[in-house]
Design a protein around this ligand. Structure first.
Ligand code: DAH
Length: 350
């Protein structure tokens, strides 16, 4: 039996050392070792000569040998899976077949709309400013003239990250609006200031078709001598005409924001139903798209800007809302679900 063991070992060494340069050589391996007249079969046939009391032990050794040869064959096959040439050097692929279409990715609709918004304001001479999404409560609330007890500061509305235990140091939170970037710009720049601030904001909201715990805003800030409400109106009017076309109508409604005085919200005529009344405009024919106003003198003074010399306007709008109107997306959750059936509808839009 010693010689049989020796044979098996020699075979194993030969099998392990076998290399193939192409699929034909893999086939040669199969015929030589695993074929019906192959060496593995031949060795298995030796079982006949093994004494009965050793049969069990040899049976195991032979079985293991067979598995060893099969595993090597599988490895050689894997090596040439998808191989494109045969031993004759001819291509195994039919090069005359039409190619597979490569699917091209698309920009996210929110990116498309944000880019368009930025481009429109750039044409008016605005530059882009960005700020951190993790903010301290001074830049997000205090500097923007939101009093300590303002409801927006509530835990139910704002995601707080860290409150100082001993009362010292800032309270950290996820910014609730891009107005915080206004604060950062005024901290670092002297008037004239003309910036827009696109970015993501967070609110502690239950997610539904109409509300989400994060969304995107574009903030605007213009501070100079003699900036008036008329400048604000004209700027925003220009924006909507560029964004939605010349036929869109606008209206301003008096409103309240702690950081502006006077304040106004701006509506545009409903593009979905053209004023006839639909779900989007709640059957009023108008859709609110932004908040705005003249920068509150207190906000200017917070940053050492002389409110007697300088005036300014500010506005803030949601990118999701503008996208909803532009592309008729009626569920906010679609924006963050990464469903390709939704996203691929924007392929080719630039
Ligand atoms: N920060 C406001 C919000 O998140 C939007 C806003 C309103 C921004 C009026 C402004 C503004 O700059 O003047 O709802």
């Amino acid at each position: 039996m010693e010689s049989l063991l020796q044979q098996i070992n020699d075979h194993k060494l030969a099998i392990a050392a076998f290399t193939a340069n192409n699929t034909d050589e893999v086939e040669q391996f199969r015929i030589k070792w695993l074929g019906t007249k192959g060496l593995v079969k031949a060795i298995m046939g030796e079982m006949r000569n093994v004494p009965n009391d050793q049969k069990k032990e040899f049976g195991q050794i032979l079985n293991e040998f067979k598995l060893f040869a099969e595993a090597r064959f599988q490895a050689l096959q894997d090596q040439f899976a998808g191989a494109s040439t045969t031993s004759t050097g001819k291509s195994a692929q039919d090069l005359s077949l039409p190619g597979d279409a490569v699917s091209v990715g698309s920009r996210h609709p929110l990116t498309l709309v944000r880019n368009e918004m930025v481009a429109i304001f750039k044409r008016l001479g605005f530059s882009v400013a960005e700020g951190p999404e993790i903010e301290d409560d001074w830049h997000n609330f205090g500097a923007m003239n939101l009093p300590e007890d303002h409801p927006a500061r509530d835990m139910q509305d704002t995601f707080y990250i860290k409150k100082p235990e001993d009362g010292n140091g800032p309270t950290w939170l996820l910014r609730t609006h891009t107005s915080s970037v206004q604060a950062r710009v005024m901290e670092n720049q002297k008037p004239p200031i003309r910036v827009i601030c696109p970015g993501r904001v967070y609110r502690n909201e239950t997610i539904s078709a109409r509300a989400h715990c994060f969304f995107h805003q574009v903030e605007g800030l213009y501070i100079d001598e003699n900036v008036s409400f008329a400048d604000l109106k004209q700027t925003l009017y220009f924006f909507v005409q560029e964004m939605f076309g010349k036929d869109v109508k606008v209206r301003f409604r008096p409103s309240y924001f702690p950081f502006t005085e006077p304040s106004a919200e701006m509506d545009i005529s409903c593009l979905i139903c053209e004023g006839k009344g639909c779900n989007i405009c709640k059957h009023t024919g108008w859709v609110e798209i932004l908040g705005s106003g003249m920068v509150h003198p207190k906000v200017l003074e917070n940053f050492g800007i002389d409110s007697n010399k300088y005036t300014g306007f500010a506005f803030g709008m949601g990118v999701e809302r503008i996208t909803q109107l532009k592309y008729q997306v009626n569920d906010l959750r679609l924006y963050s679900q990464n469903d390709v059936r939704f996203l691929k509808q924007f392929t080719g839009v630039v």
